[in-house]
Ligand binder design. Structure first.
Ligand SMILES: Cc1cc2nc3c(=O)[nH]c(=O)nc-3n(C[C@H](O)[C@H](O)[C@H](O)COP(=O)(O)OP(=O)(O)OC[C@H]3O[C@@H](n4cnc5c(N)ncnc54)[C@H](O)[C@@H]3O)c2cc1C
Ligand code: SF4
Ligand code: SF4
Length: 399
């Protein structure tokens, strides 16, 4: 793919926001009627800007950054320590999406003065159902932006402003955001100089805003009345909670919120995501429910996957200084059981990429993500089903 217009037309944009940063705001991330953030207008770029975007865009390319000297698992990639972990601070553990590991590591980097700020994502105070990038300079601010934002976010829209501060900082983001950052680092040396830690959540997909709108519709609430929208947290997983300016409070259980996959409306890029396990991070953090779904509430347990020597030393130090609690080790096959949807997607990718090509769309170029090797695990029948399904999906998305 050679233009942003083409990426958007093929629905391979995931709305990471890089287009806004690279164009210095000439292309803004605008919500489409379907509830996706897309660069607008799509032709606002100079030729060098567009070349930079094409070299880094998650809709075009994905590349692992993990250290090749670490043990390699075909599904989970290069990894160091894999263990249960949770925040030592009970309020962080309770408020966070799962167990507060990402929040804790961000806070630790500030406390220990390894980072001047954390660049991440939080609720938009003006429209609390929506999300925006955020810079947190204190541990309290990091905690105020704890939790998962399941709707559209465009974290990289703010990356230029973060880099311009010329101070060391940590990034907490989705795997595709960190993948774009990694690709961009070969063109922008400030990234490797200033980004001291890259922390990812393992990610099953980003829903369009339609998912959140549907919930409001069911509750009979207009978005203009929403004063707080929390997708999960305050427990693990904790309920989805909506508060209104009129004082109403609604809570929906996690399983009820996500029981009907037909309503998830995740981005097309997510269905062909080759890097959802955070292979461009220093540490990736995952849910650890056996079988892949919660059976009730618990105190909060995460699984960490260390991806680099730096990630290893960060986890070790945060543990030694009493901020992070480490539990038993987890094997890659344990992770398979806890993330069966990730394994299914990973082995289906080669077939889905052929389906894209069948539909005339250039599939994502992957480096170091073992797509072809894992594709061999499908039977011929499964391969054909995945291939045809992907071709049909992309044709529908383009229409
Ligand atoms: C869209 C999405 C899909 C997910 N799918 C899976 C999955 O399939 N399997 C799984 O194991 N886990 C998944 N998670 C991750 C899970 O919900 C937890 O976030 C993760 O386990 C880390 O928990 P934690 O308590 O350490 O995070 P916390 O301490 O709560 O920290 C979360 C951090 O992530 C940042 N953040 C939140 N939402 C976003 C976003 N949309 N984009 C960028 N940054 C964000 C916040 O700013 C915060 O710093 C998903 C998360 C998201 C946002
Ligand atoms: S760089 Fe990001 S915002 Fe731009 S087209 Fe690609 S995914 Fe979309
Ligand atoms: S599934 Fe992949 S593309 Fe979709 S939001 Fe998650 S990391 Fe990004």
């Amino acid at each position: 793919m050679t233009t942003v217009a083409e990426i958007v037309a093929n629905d391979l944009c995931v709305g990471c926001g890089l287009c806004e940063a690279v164009s210095e705001g000439r292309a803004r991330m605008v919500m489409t009627p379907d509830g996706s953030l897309r660069p607008t207008p799509v032709d606002a770029f100079s030729a060098p800007e567009e070349a930079k975007i094409i070299a880094s865009c998650p809709g075009v390319v994905a590349e692992a950054r993990s250290a090749p000297h670490l043990p390699l698992d075909p599904v989970w990639g290069h990894h160091g320590t894999m263990r249960y972990a949770w925040a030592a601070n009970p309020s962080v553990r309770f408020e966070a999406a799962t167990a507060g590991v990402l929040t804790t590591l961000g806070q630790y980097l500030l406390h220990s003065q390894m980072a001047a700020f954390v660049f991440h994502t939080g609720a938009d105070p003006a429209q609390p159902m929506r999300s925006r990038w955020v810079i947190s300079e204190t541990p309290e601010e990091v905690q105020a932006n704890t939790g998962s934002r399941y709707g559209p976010t465009a974290p990289l829209a703010g990356i230029e402003l973060a880099l311009e501060r010329n101070e060391p900082f940590a990034v907490i983001a989705k795997p595709c955001d960190l993948g774009a950052l990694h690709r961009l680092s070969s063109l922008d040396p400030r990234i490797d100089r200033l980004v001291v830690a890259r922390l990812a959540m393992v990610c099953g997909g980003q829903s369009r805003l339609s998912k959140s709108r549907l919930l409001l519709e069911e509750l009979g609430v207009d978005e203009s009345e929403v004063s707080m929208f929390r997708y999960r947290g305050h427990g693990n997983p904790g309920p989805t909670r909506v508060e209104t300016s009129g004082g109403e409070v609604f809570e929906i259980g996690y399983l009820q919120m996500w029981e009907d996959e037909g309503t998830w409306d995740v981005e097309t890029r997510c269905k062909i995501c080759p890097d959802a396990l955070g292979e461009a991070s220093d540490v990736a953090v995952a849910d650890v429910w056996p079988g892949g779904a919660p059976t009730g509430e618990d105190e909060g347990f995460s699984g960490i996957i260390v991806r680099s020597d730096y990630g290893e030393s960060l986890v070790e130090r945060a543990h030694r200084d009493g901020c992070l609690v480490l539990g038993e080790t987890i094997s890659p096959r344990d992770f398979d059981d806890m993330q069966p949807h990730q394994v299914r997607k990973k082995v289906a990718l080669a077939a889905r990429y052929e389906g894209l090509a069948d539909a005339g769309v250039h599939p994502i170029t992957t480096r170091g993500l073992r797509v072809a090797e894992l594709g061999d695990r499908l039977t011929p029948g499964e391969y054909t089903t995945q291939r045809n399904g992907a071709a049909a999906r992309i044709k529908r998305a383009r229409a």
